[in-house]
Design a protein around this ligand. Structure first.
Ligand code: CP3
Length: 340
């Protein structure tokens, strides 16, 4: 059996129907996830308990036979590993003790702290079906920094923008520490068995003009260059969510092999300028999975039409929501696989 996603990324194959996986494919829309989540007690415990993290990673693969499996972890494990206090409030989301400089953060405990995550990767590479590609991931520095500085998710990332404006030295120092930690973390994921990497820059959309070049493109590129310098050769997917008219610049400059695209932009307008050496991914509105049926299928048709003749990985424009009926996910997968 072939690993379709890996061979699409390596330009070895252009299958009749696009391979598929979904961002946040393991999560609260699945009753079996909620069961294991309860057992783990809290979310970070789930991330750091290899057997349980492996189990929830495998759940959507058993149920839907996606072409890729994404390691179950979180982008906020990096701040935790660097020594910042991180916790999750039930029903609300992440909380961190806010910081305004890299003072007090240390890379010294990173590898020991992340060992349970590496063990999850290792279990997955033993237990996944041979045809399923294993994706490792991390947050991109700007997105991780927005949480570290604000201490929580924010609608406009204003606290991070304020630090960048008021104390560029402290802000850049923090970004540099995240870059360094992320290189080490992702290189280790690959050592333990990750076959592809994705960098999530979920809040790239609030960086405009020159800021987009300096704090989105440059740090994503620094991580990718750092990985290549260490001899890591796996394909890398970039996801500068909300990048609007800068998507193609990002794809050309950051050194990615694939570009994940959100649902707020016209797909054709991005791929018409995207070199065909770069694979496209994503763009389906996660909300259409709540309705399912004809409305969902017609949005799928549009994406398949727009990407005909190029290498494309079917995915959402952002994570699946917890309100998605699991049956709609099976309908989606069957529809795409029968379209070829
Ligand atoms: O299946 C997968 O995609 C793999 C696991 C994964 C999670 N988070 C699990 C998770 C991945 C790839 C992430 C990435 C992540 N985490 C991002 C980037 C992608 C994006 O969504 O923009 C961000 C910004 C985070 C930070 C984070 N983690 C937030 C803001 C939240 C709270 C929001 C929410 O949905 O609860 C989390 C929690 C989280 N991460 C959950 C899961 C399954 C839900 C936790 C729970 O079970 O209560």
């Amino acid at each position: 059996m072939q690993k379709t996603i890996l061979s699409v990324l390596n330009n070895l194959e252009r299958p009749k129907s696009p391979p598929i996986w979904l961002m946040r494919q393991a999560g609260r829309y699945l009753p079996e996830y909620k069961e294991v989540r309860k057992q783990a007690g809290n979310f970070l415990n789930l991330c750091y308990t290899s057997e349980l993290a492996c189990e929830v990673t495998l759940q959507p693969i058993r149920k839907y036979a996606f072409d890729a499996s994404i390691l179950f972890a979180d982008i906020l494990l990096i701040p935790d590993a660097l020594g910042q206090k991180v916790w999750f409030v039930e029903g609300e989301g992440p909380r961190l003790e806010p910081i305004s400089s890299p003072d007090g953060l240390t890379l010294d405990n990173l590898s020991q702290h992340m060992q349970p995550v590496y063990n999850t990767v290792s279990l997955l590479s033993q237990r996944l079906p041979i045809e399923t590609t294993l994706i490792g991931f991390a947050g991109a520095p700007w997105t991780v920094a927005t949480y570290m500085i604000a201490g929580r998710g924010t609608p406009d990332q204003a606290p991070a923008h304020a630090l960048k404006h008021n104390d560029i030295v402290a802000f850049q120092g923090l970004m540099d520490v995240i870059v360094e930690a992320t290189i080490e973390y992702l290189a280790a994921q690959v050592e333990y068995g990750a076959e592809v990497l994705q960098l999530f820059d979920s809040w790239a959309g609030s960086l405009v003009g020159d800021d987009f070049d300096r704090f989105c493109i440059a740090p994503n590129k620094a991580i990718i260059d750092g990985l290549r310098a260490r001899g890591v050769t796996v394909p890398i997917i970039g996801f500068p969510r909300g990048a609007k008219n800068r998507y193609v610049d990002f794809a050309k400059e950051a050194g990615v092999q694939a570009l994940s695209i959100d649902q707020d932009i016209n797909l054709s307008s991005v791929i018409s300028d995207l070199p065909d050496t770069i694979v496209s991914q994503g763009n389906l509105d996660p909300l259409c999975l709540i309705d399912g049926g004809g409305k969902m299928f017609s949005q799928v048709d549009e994406i398949i039409e727009a990407t005909r003749g190029r290498r494309h990985i079917f995915n959402l424009g952002h994570g699946i929501t917890q309100h998605t009926p699991p049956q709609n996910v099976s309908d989606l997968v069957n529809y795409i696989r029968n379209k070829g």
